[in-house]
Design a protein around this ligand. Structure first.
Ligand code: SAH
Ligand code: SF4
Length: 368
């Protein structure tokens, strides 16, 4: 037996990723009363304790026993990069195998981003190592797809960022907009959503969580039937199938009409809207005709539109460029004139490759 297989065989189950009923089941052989499992669950997910020494409410004997049997491990933080605007990019080494043996090599890198704003903090988290969808404008899409993250690795990014952020009073938003297509890893994303929103644990209200998809229609349909309803964001990015086919291969499977139909069927709670993200790429999808077509496409939905000026993600021969000055504003005005709530998203953390579409598991601070 090699060193690594031995380590894997004896690896302790990680409580990060287990739901409260799973922790209760894992505790059953210990013969402890049920409330012990609940104390541990609250310690891990609500109090963010990672060290068994912190669980003083359990008594020393039980603590020592648990230390031997269970791990409390967040995804391994390899490095952080601080932008001058306060944004912080986190690089995690989640290893090559499920559940994380550190890779030490090139694989197994994912990123999360902390974005402080005046009235709230936003945490952007990843769901896959790489992404199989291959969108032309996105740095993640150029990486090979390696694997899905586990629920513990997805929710664990939030725990790690919360622990790093320290006691904060600002409102917290979670956006599932980092590396990966969430609906290509549906089960684990929903498990992570349950962990993040559980009132006995992490306690993040579902309305503060947004899941963004490139347009995987079966995922939208499945989400519609879930008991927990986060916000839904759709990366639309084009107004004709010809352009969208070229930018986003996912469109060849589910075209714009099918995608918008799924959005129309999506059961929105009161005061909720679907967010349409639209990356503006110079002379590709940023014309006044595009703006008018976009208004027609989404006009009958309860929605809002986020315009994201394309962030340059390196020379790849695609010939893409950001929209010229004033183009985003002109595009926004056309939408606003048609009573569509529109917002131009300001790039955050560009100087440390932390802005939308720039996440590529990079070891260096800079994008190129
Ligand atoms: N895979 C999911 C979520 C991650 S991408 C999705 O595609 O929705 C998050 C957002 O970043 C998407 O809206 C995507 O269109 C946008 N994006 C990707 N590359 C970008 C770039 N280079 N500049 C600006 N936004 C980009
Ligand atoms: Fe994947 Fe989203 Fe990037 Fe497309 S935009 S390649 S779906 S991460």
């Amino acid at each position: 037996m090699t060193e690594t297989t031995r380590a894997r065989k004896t690896a302790k189950p990680n409580l990060v990723g287990m739901a409260s009923d799973e922790i209760a089941a894992a505790f059953a052989p210990l013969g402890e009363p049920g409330y012990r499992a609940r104390q541990v669950y609250a310690g891990v997910y609500r109090k963010l304790w990672r060290d068994w020494g912190r669980f003083t409410d359990l008594g020393k004997t039980l603590r020592d026993e648990l230390r031997v049997r269970f791990a409390i491990e967040y995804p391994a933080m390899a490095r952080t990069f601080d932008s001058r605007d306060g944004t912080r990019r986190y690089l995690f080494d989640v290893g090559d195998g499920e559940g994380g043996t550190p890779s030490g090599g090139s694989g197994g890198r994912v990123e999360a981003v902390f974005i402080p704003e005046e009235s709230r903090d936003t945490l952007c988290i990843s769901t896959q190592v790489g992404c199989a969808r291959g969108c032309r404008f996105c740095a993640t899409g150029r990486l090979p797809f390696r694997r899905n993250l586990t629920a513990g690795e997805i929710a664990g990014q939030v725990l790690a960022l919360q622990a790093d952020r320290g006691a904060a009073t600002k409102r917290l938003n979670i956006v599932v907009m980092g590396m990966g297509e969430p609906f290509d890893n549906y089960e684990n994303v929903i498990r992570a959503l349950r962990l993040m929103t559980d009132g006995d644990g992490m306690g993040i209200p579902p309305r503060r969580v947004t899941i963004s998809t490139s347009g995987v229609v079966p995922g939208i349909e499945r989400l519609a039937a879930e008991s927990i309803q986060p916000n839904l964001a759709i990366s639309l990015n084009a107004t004709t199938d010809a352009v969208r086919d070229r930018l986003m291969p996912v469109n060849r499977k589910w075209g714009i009409a099918a995608l918008l139909d799924a959005c129309r069927r999506f059961p929105l709670a009161a005061r909720r809207r679907i967010t349409f993200e639209y990356v503006l790429i110079g002379d590709v999808n940023d014309s006044p005709e595009d703006a008018r077509r976009l208004a027609r496409l989404v006009g009958d939905l309860r929605q809002k539109v986020n315009l994201i000026p394309w962030n340059a993600v390196g020379a790849d021969g695609s010939g893409m460029k950001p929209p010229p000055p004033g183009r985003a504003e002109a595009f926004a005005q056309i939408l606003a004139a048609r009573r569509i709530t529109v917002n131009i998203r300001k790039a955050r953390g560009e100087d440390v490759a932390a802005a939308c579409g720039m996440l590529a598991g990079r070891e260096s601070a800079t994008p190129m």
